[in-house]
Design a protein around this ligand. Structure first.
Ligand SMILES: [Mg+2]
Length: 126
């Protein structure tokens, strides 16, 4: 079985490096460092899941990208896992209203991110 393909959208190089190491054994991971690159890669390729940092610095934020993806036929049912340090319940609700399907708060361990990805992929096919 071929590996599931994930697009990691994250502007922080240290974070993206760590996440790629966490996931490399189980998933094929591409990385976008801003929202514009994320949308270009999403159009060019087919991803099974998105890991979405919310604060991407200048330009589009993660919620802009999530909302754009949800309007596309090929991604309208795609799992989008928000990854953010904003740990408040009210933020979490906003993320889920704006296209994200799951939520993981920073900081997290390898087992946490592997668990939420497995759950998000399972929820999608359920
Ligand atoms: Mg960030």
């Amino acid at each position: 079985m071929s590996k599931k393909r994930i697009l990691l959208v994250e502007d922080d190089k240290l974070n993206s490096g760590v996440i790629k190491v966490f996931l490399s054994a189980e998933y094929e991971v591409d990385h976008a460092e801003n929202g514009q690159i994320a949308l270009e890669l999403a159009e060019k390729n087919n991803y099974d899941l998105f890991l979405m940092d919310i604060n991407l610095g200048r330009g589009l934020n993660g919620l802009d990208v999530a909302q754009n993806l949800k309007q596309q036929d090929k991604y309208k049912n795609a799992p989008i896992v928000a990854i953010t340090a904003y740990a408040m319940e009210s933020d979490k609700r906003e993320f889920l209203q704006k296209g994200c399907t799951h939520y993981l708060s920073k900081p997290f361990f390898k087992k946490d991110i592997l668990a939420i990805i497995a759950k998000a992929l399972a929820d999608q096919t359920a």
